[in-house]
Design a protein around this ligand. Structure first.
Ligand SMILES: Nc1ncnc2c1ncn2[C@@H]1O[C@H](COP(=O)(O)OP(=O)(O)OP(=O)(O)O)[C@@H](O)[C@H]1O
Ligand SMILES: [Mg+2]
Length: 378
C-alpha cells in the first residue's frame, strides 16, 4: 500500500472533513469505513479496524477493517471476540498505546492467517456516557510506535464515529415509536370512523329499500348491503391484526430468553416473577413494549448499577400491567449527568399507551424502575 507522509495542515483539513461527514447523508457503515481509512492515513498506520458493540453489548454488531486484503480477511475468519487487548479498550473506555501488542499482559495472541502486528493504538468509540466500541490501528508505518498526536487525532475521529452511531440508534428508536403510534392511530381511525360510516350507509340503504318499487331494485340493494357487511368484517380482521401481532410463546418465555441473552453482561442472574394471567391477558403488542422496556432496564443495570442482585416482576392486577425492575446497585443519581436516551424512551412508550413510568432510589441503596400501562386503553 503506498504511504505518503501527510503534512500537519493537511492532517487538520482531513480530520475536519472526516468529522463533518457525520452531518452528511451517508449510510452508517460507509461512514465508519471512511473514518477508519482516514484514521489510518492520518496516524500513518498499516492496518485499522473499528468494532461496534450491539445494543446489549454481548457481541460486535459491526466490524470494519482497513488495510487487509479480502483473502487475508477470509483467512482470518471470525471477528475478534473482544477478549484480550481489544476488550481492555472497551472495558476501561480509555485509549491505549503499545510498542508491541503481543507484550501486553492481557494479549491473547492472533488467530492463524492474521498478519503480524507490532505497534498498537486503540481508542474507545464513546460519548461521555456510553462506550459504543473501539477504533484501533496497528503497525505504524514510519516509526516504531504511535505518538501522542496520533492518539489525539484518532480520538477525534472515534468521537465522530460515536456521535454517528448514537444518532443512528436514536433515529431507529424514533422510527419504531412512530410506527407504533401510526399503527394505533390507523386502528382507531378504522374502528371509530370508517366502520361506523359504512354501517350507517348500510342502514340508509336498507331504509331506501322499503321505498323501492321493483323487486330487482330491492334485490340489488340487498346485495349491496351484504357486500358492505363483508367489507366491515374484513376491516375488523385488519384492525385485529394491527392490534395483535402474535408473539409466539408468550411473555414469560420471552422475558426468560431476554435474561438469558443479557446474562453475559448482567453478572448475577436477575430473579423473574409473574403475578396474574400474564400469558393470556396481555395483548401481544403490549408484550412487545414490555420486552423492550425490560431490555432497556436490564441493560441499564448492567451498564450503570454495579449491583449484587436484581429482580424483575410482572404484575397484572386491576386491568393494569406493571413491570418492576429493582437492583441493589449504586443508584441512578450516582453517575455523571446522562445524555442517554433509554429512560426518555421508556417514558414516551408509557405515555403512548396511557400509562406511567418512574425510576426511584431504594433503601439502603439501588434503583427501582416501574413501568405501568392500563390494558383497557391499549
Ligand atoms: N439501574 C441503574 N443504576 C444506576 N444508574 C442508572 C440505572 N438506570 C439508569 N441509571 C442512570 O441514569 C442515566 C440515564 O439512563 P438512560 O438509560 O436514559 O441512558 P444511558 O443508559 O446512559 O444511555 P442509553 O440508554 O441511551 O444507551 C444513566 O446514564 C445512569 O447514570
Ligand atoms: Mg440506557
Amino acid at each position: 500500500m503506498p504511504y505518503r507522509k501527510v503534512r500537519d495542515i493537511d492532517k487538520l483539513q482531513r480530520l475536519l472533513g472526516a468529522v463533518l461527514m457525520i452531518e452528511a447523508d451517508v449510510e452508517l457503515g460507509d461512514l465508519l469505513a471512511h473514518l477508519v481509512e482516514e484514521a489510518c492515513a492520518l496516524a500513518g498506520a498499516r492496518y485499522g479496524a473499528l468494532g461496534v458493540l450491539n445494543e446489549s453489548r454481548t457481541s460486535l454488531a459491526e466490524f470494519i477493517t482497513y488495510g487487509l486484503s479480502e483473502e487475508r480477511e477470509l483467512a482470518i475468519g471470525d471477528r475478534p471476540t473482544g477478549r484480550g487487548v481489544l476488550g481492555v479498550v472497551v472495558a476501561d473506555g480509555e485509549s491505549l498505546r503499545l510498542d508491541r501488542i503481543g507484550e501486553h499482559p492481557l494479549s491473547v495472541g492472533f488467530p492463524e492467517g492474521h498478519p503480524a502486528m507490532s505497534s498498537f493504538l486503540g481508542v474507545p468509540v464513546r460519548t461521555p456516557s456510553t462506550v459504543y466500541g473501539n477504533l484501533y490501528l496497528t503497525n505504524k508505518l514510519d516509526a516504531d510506535r504511535f505518538s501522542e498526536d496520533d492518539e489525539a487525532l484518532v480520538e477525534a475521529l472515534a468521537q465522530a464515529a460515536a456521535i454517528a452511531i448514537e444518532n443512528n440508534r436514536l433515529r431507529d428508536r424514533l422510527r419504531l415509536l412512530s410506527v407504533i403510534e401510526d399503527r394505533d392511530r390507523i386502528a382507531r381511525e378504522l374502528h371509530d370512523r370508517i366502520i361506523q360510516r359504512i354501517f350507517a350507509i348500510g342502514l340508509a340503504l336498507q331504509e331506501a329499500s322499503r321505498y323501492a318499487v321493483r323487486d330487482e331494485t330491492r334485490a340489488a340493494i340487498a346485495k349491496g348491503v351484504d357486500q358492505l357487511d363483508i367489507v366491515i368484517n374484513e376491516l375488523r380482521a385488519t384492525i385485529h391484526q394491527l392490534d395483535d401481532d402474535p408473539l409466539p410463546g408468550g411473555l414469560r418465555r420471552h422475558a426468560a430468553e431476554l435474561i438469558d441473552e443479557l446474562a453475559p453482561i448482567l453478572g448475577p442472574r436477575p430473579t423473574l416473577a409473574f403475578t396474574g394471567p400474564i400469558d393470556t391477558a396481555i395483548p401481544p403488542r403490549v408484550a412487545d413494549h414490555l420486552l423492550a422496556v425490560l431490555r432497556e432496564a436490564l441493560t441499564n443495570v448492567a451498564k450503570h448499577a454495579r449491583a449484587q442482585s436484581c429482580s424483575v416482576e410482572f404484575d397484572l392486577a386491576d386491568g393494569e400491567i406493571t413491570l418492576r425492575v429493582s437492583d441493589d446497585g449504586v443508584g441512578a443519581g450516582a453517575g455523571r449527568p446522562s445524555t442517554g436516551l433509554g429512560l426518555a424512551n421508556l417514558a414516551q412508550r408509557a405515555t403512548i399507551l396511557g400509562g406511567a413510568f418512574s425510576i426511584e432510589p431504594v433503601e439502603p441503596h439501588g434503583t427501582r424502575l416501574t413501568w405501568r400501562v392500563p390494558l383497557s386503553a391499549t
